[in-house]
Design a protein around this ligand. Structure first.
Ligand SMILES: Cc1cc2nc3c(=O)[nH]c(=O)nc-3n(C[C@H](O)[C@H](O)[C@H](O)COP(=O)(O)OP(=O)(O)OC[C@H]3O[C@@H](n4cnc5c(N)ncnc54)[C@H](O)[C@@H]3O)c2cc1C
Length: 369
């Protein structure tokens, strides 16, 4: 999603852009994502600057989704019902209270509601529910449809898409980017945007200090299919974090429901495991017992591009002409409109949005910031 969105933004501004993807583009983490656009409920202490960035991108999503749908003809499943994080026991309630105090201090749109109010919003949630955090401002999108729409518009805007064509090496001369070596050989470019997700560190040719410190963080997912005529859920629903992982249930268009997820440090392994599925099902069944009845449609695993501080890495590097756009970790779909605009602005004007200053690659260099 990141490379295509940046490419689309640049192509719209009249740049000659080539997006290389060694596989089918948009089929990395972006295909695996749950598509939640939820900076309010997920905000935790220590993430104050990141929350500002995420909420700014959330504000851009409505217009972004409208443009994607109007111009591509693809319905991207952007939904504004809101998000709930439920508590099922006393411990969970205390944790939500703590989170809520912090979120209110930041002025985020989150309220603490009682069990009755939760069941009024979502009658299929377990009767064990004690309370929930509720954000009307946390939305969601179907990330697979969104990425298809961006891909279509990138090409229609004059962008060149080379799928099945990896970048083997970024070519640097005298600390300046001069082009890339891909499956087609060398091609000269004035600017190169490195947006290869979890694989961004592996692209050859860069000096060590310019390689972004990303690593893959595996997440497994399950899709089930609703069988009744009434939707089981309208809101995105988070469950409490259990020893086997966090859990959420995300209703999608046409009766598809996503259940997630695991957070695993397993390198580039994308196997779906019995233990992973068991943890997800156990947690999600605890929140909405009726999911046990639903047929399983698909299971998969994807690799979130994680960074040392779980925040994105966006902006110029030590190599002139090279811009980094990776490390989006759990928020790459949410951050897509903001990343696209900020990187395109930087390429066009040489100026980086103030909001992004804490998130440049320089923060990982000795004495950086
Ligand atoms: C299970 C799961 C759930 C998630 N849920 C959410 C969510 O609810 N909300 C949210 O905002 N985010 C979510 N995320 C995170 C989000 O999906 C990622 O942050 C985002 O998709 C990263 O996008 P990307 O384009 O940077 O990386 P990717 O989508 O992984 O794309 C990287 C691309 O680079 C290509 N590539 C790699 N090496 C090369 C090379 N040498 N040459 C050319 N191409 C190359 C790959 O083929 C791939 O297509 C989730 C992620 C996972 C795994």
């Amino acid at each position: 999603m990141t490379g295509l969105s940046v490419g689309w933004s640049l192509a719209e501004r009249g740049f000659d852009v080539v997006v290389y993807d060694r596989a089918a583009s948009g089929r990395g983490a972006s295909w695996a994502s749950a598509g939640m656009l939820a900076p309010n409920l997920e905000a935790e202490p220590g993430e104050e600057k990141l929350v500002k960035l995420l909420t700014m991108s959330l504000k851009m999503w409505k217009g972004f989704a409208e443009t994607l749908e109007r111009r591509s003809g693809i319905k991207v499943g952007y939904r504004e019902e809101g998000t709930l994080a439920v508590a099922l026991n006393r411990d969970d309630v205390e944790r939500l209270r703590f989170q809520h105090r912090f979120q209110k201090e930041l002025g985020l749109d989150v309220e603490l509601i009682d069990a009755e109010a939760v069941l009024e919003l979502e009658p299929f949630i377990s009767r064990k529910v004690q309370a929930a955090l509720y954000s009307r401002s946390d939305h969601q999108v179907d990330s697979r449809r969104a990425v298809e729409a961006v891909k279509k518009l990138f090409v229609e805007s004059g962008g060149v898409l080379k799928e099945g064509c990896g970048v083997e090496r970024i070519v640097v001369e005298n600390s300046r980017v001069v082009g890339v070596v891909s499956c087609e050989g060398f091609k000269r470019f004035e600017h190169v945007v490195l947006a290869a997700g979890s694989w961004s560190r592996q692209v050859e040719g860069l000096p060590e200090e310019a390689r972004p410190p990303v690593r893959p963080v595996k997440g497994q997912m399950i899709a089930v299919r609703e069988t009744g005529s009434q939707p089981l859920l309208k809101h995105v629903v988070w469950g409490p974090t259990r020893p086997w992982g966090p859990s959420y249930i995300v209703p999608k268009p046409e009766g598809r429901i996503l259940l997630g997820t695991t957070v695993e440090e397993m390198g580039f392994d994308t196997s779906v495991t019995a233990g992973g599925l068991m943890g997800i099902l156990r947690s999600c069944w605890e929140i909405v017992p009726a999911i046990a009845e639903l047929p399983v449609e698909e299971v998969w695993a994807g690799l979130r591009p994680g960074s040392p501080d779980d925040a994105p890495i966006i902006g110029p590097s030590t190599v002139e002409g090279l811009v980094i756009a990776t490390g989006h970790y759990r928020n790459g779909i949410l951050l897509a409109p903001l990343t696209a605009k900020a990187v395109a602005d930087y390429v066009e004007t040489g100026k980086l949005d103030e909001l992004l200053k804490p998130f440049t690659p320089h923060r990982f260099r000795a004495g950086g910031g």
